[in-house]
Structure formats: C-alpha cells, structure tokens
Design a protein around this ligand. Structure first.
Ligand SMILES: Nc1ncnc2c1ncn2[C@@H]1O[C@H](COP(=O)(O)OP(=O)(O)O)[C@@H](O)[C@H]1O
Ligand SMILES: [Mg+2]
Length: 353
C-alpha cells in the first residue's frame, strides 16, 4: 500500500531529518513509527501526504509514485490526525466532520448520515454532540472528533501523529482501546507515530524504530522484543514483560506426541484418544475412531497466537487438537502443553500471563 524507497530528507543543508528510509506498509496494516523526539517521525509521516517532499528517494502508494497523484486527491484519500487536535473552533462538531465530504461534494443527507454513524462508532451520541462547539468538549472527546473527521470521507489511509499524547492517561487508554476496536471493523491502512513503546506494542501490527533519522529495525512487536538488532533497540523496547498470550502456537505445540500417528503404524488394539492420523508427507487425514479415520473440523494454524486458540481448545470436546499447516499435521496442542509453556516461561522471565 505504502512503500518508502531510499527516502531521505534534508532541511536547509544542515539537518538531515530522515536518512535512507525503507519500508513497506501492507494494506490494512497498523504500522507504527516510533523513536525519540527529533528522530524524523513527523517528517516521515508528512512525506506520505506530501506536506514534505523527500530530498532523495520515492514514496509509492499502491505501486504509483505519489508525485504522480493529484495532490488534492491524494490528501482526500488520506486522513490525518494530529496531536494538537486542530478542530476548527468556530465550527460545530458536525461541521468539522463535514469539511472533506463537502469538498468532495457529497450530498447533505449522505454527509449527515455519515456523521451520525461515525460519532456513534466512537461512542459519542450524535444528538448530544453534533451541534456542540469544540470548546464544549473534553480533550478526549475532541480527539475522538479529530479521528472521526479524518475518517469522514472514508479514506484508505489514516496517518496519526502522536494523536493521544496530549491526553490524560485515562482518556489516552480509552482512545487506544477505541482505535483498536475501530480498526478491527474498518481495516484501514494506518501509519501511527508515537514515542510511547507501550502504545506501539498495544496497537501496531509492525513497528519501525527510528533513531537520528534512520530505521534501526522494522518488525512485529515480538521481533523487536525477542530479536533486537542492537542495544539501542533492546533498551528502547525495555524490560517489558513478554506477553505470553502472544506466543505463536508453533512454539508451544508438541511436534512429537502420543496423540499423532502415521497411518501405516496403526496396529495397536488400544490407542490414546484423541489420536490424529497423517499419511505421506505428513498429510493430515483425520481422527481415529473405532469405526475408522473420521474428519476432524477444528484445525489450528501454527502462526496463531495462544490468545486466539485457547478458547478454541477450551470449546473442543478433545483435550488435544491438531495443528495443521498446508494440510500437513505439524503438531498437537493440548492443555498440558499450554500450562507447561506458561509455567516454564514464568519461571524463566517472571512474567505472568
Ligand atoms: N521544517 C523544518 N525545517 C528545518 N528542520 C526541521 C523541519 N522540520 C523538522 N526539522 C528537523 O528535523 C528533525 C526531525 O524532526 P521531526 O520529524 O519533527 O521529528 P519527530 O517527529 O521524530 O520528533 C529535527 O531535528 C527537526 O528539528
Ligand atoms: Mg513529531
């Protein structure tokens, strides 16, 4: 969706704000740019909607150089949320939200419907809030309107520059939770700037850590935590307790289990239940029953985090479930594995799930 290729930005010869930046943001991804103050986060973000032009390199959107887009259309398709909110003070909430839809010449009724729908989506009752002025809202409410305004004309991309950092901790946490829930529904491509590692870990699918204008590491929160490329990344990520529920199933499952067997070895008069059967090249065949091998519906993929599979295991009538990838039986996940994993990790790291 968004690709930075060797992007550098030098201001007035002296300051190189961004050096040779390289990254790709997938469609629907929540991508965080993080790093200490002055490391080039805002400059990078502004190069996406062309508020800043790179000195070197190119930024592509859906494979097309953003310089080849009409600047106006490019901005209409990119929502932008700033730290210092920036609602128009003399306009009502509804008028603030309607700005881009009106520029795009949406009809009054369509715009009105959209305003109500969006306000409801962020928990602001339209009847109460539509006609208020910004100074009649709390900081948290204003920033909710800021987010809604950016989403008004249904852009594909949302840029957010430290949107919650001016809020008190409680409002900040509420808005973080709201944006996480909202993103599950709307699946925008979000580039989110923050200096707060907790916030990045909570919200982002992937993180790009910048220092002095350079990207030190780009990866999932887990990558940065488990395989930091250098001491700076390590110390920036800090002594966060690992979230054990984020562990992929592949690290918890058993690859050699009494609950799995190769088809040709089935001669035993009795066997542990459940018993999952695989054929050539570990192709998953199903569950063994006295009547023969029957299909088994609940398959778990090895990349899924524990958080997502625990309830599936719990709902299953079997104490062990097959882990299947590309139709191959790659392992077995049982309650015993999960408990043993959590217990051992707790002993090693002191982290409790
Ligand atoms: N318009 C500008 N003119 C000159 N220098 C700038 C300008 N904008 C940003 N800078 C400099 O570029 C560097 C990166 O700034 P910025 O992208 O705002 O960092 P961040 O958002 O990570 O705090 C800083 O040294 C800043 O002073
Ligand atoms: Mg900034």
């Amino acid at each position: 969706m968004i690709t930075f290729k060797n992007v550098s930005k030098t201001f007035a010869e002296e300051t190189t704000a961004v050096k040779n930046l390289h990254f790709h943001v997938e469609k629907g991804e929540f991508f965080a740019l993080i790093g200490p103050s002055g490391c080039g986060k805002t400059t990078s973000l502004k190069m996406i909607n062309r508020l800043v032009e790179p000195t070197e390199g190119t930024v592509h959107m859906e494979g097309k150089d953003i310089r080849d887009f009409n600047r106006q259309e490019l901005r209409w398709n990119i929502g932008y949320v700033l730290q210092q909110i920036g609602l128009f003070p003399t306009m009502t909430v509804a008028e603030n939200i309607a700005v881009v839809p009106e520029m795009k010449k949406w009809g009054k009724r369509e715009t009105g419907k959209r305003i109500d729908e969006l306000l409801e989506m962020v928990g602001l009752d339209p009847k109460t809030f539509r006609n208020r002025n910004p100074d009649e809202l709390s900081g948290g409410e204003q920033q909710r309107v800021g987010v809604v305004r950016a989403l008004a004309a249904d852009p594909d991309i949302l840029l957010m520059d430290e949107p919650f950092s001016a809020l008190d901790p409680i409002s900040r946490e509420h808005l973080q939770n709201d944006i996480a829930t909202l993103q599950e529904r709307i699946k925008k491509t979000i580039v989110f700037v923050t200096h707060d590692i907790e916030e990045a870990f909570k919200l982002a699918d992937r993180i790009c850590l910048l220092k002095d204008g350079e990207a030190l590491q780009t990866g999932t929160p887990r990558d940065l935590q488990h395989a930091p490329v250098n001491d700076f990344v390590k110390s920036f990520v800090g002594n966060r307790k690992p979230d054990l529920w984020e562990t992929p199933v592949s690290e918890v499952m058993e690859t050699d289990s009494k609950h799995m067997t190769r088809e040709t070895t089935l001669h035993a008069p009795s066997y542990p239940a459940p018993l999952y059967v695989f054929g050539d090249e570990r192709r998953f065949l199903g569950r063994l029953e006295p009547s023969g091998t029957v299909s088994h519906e609940l398959l778990i993929s090895p990349e899924r985090p524990l958080r997502e599979v625990v309830s599936a295991v719990e709902a299953s009538e079997y104490d062990a479930v097959p882990v299947v990838e590309n139709e191959q039986l790659v392992g077995i996940l049982s309650y015993k594995n999960i408990v043993a994993y959590l217990y051992n990790q707790r002993a090693e790291t002191g982290a409790l799930p």
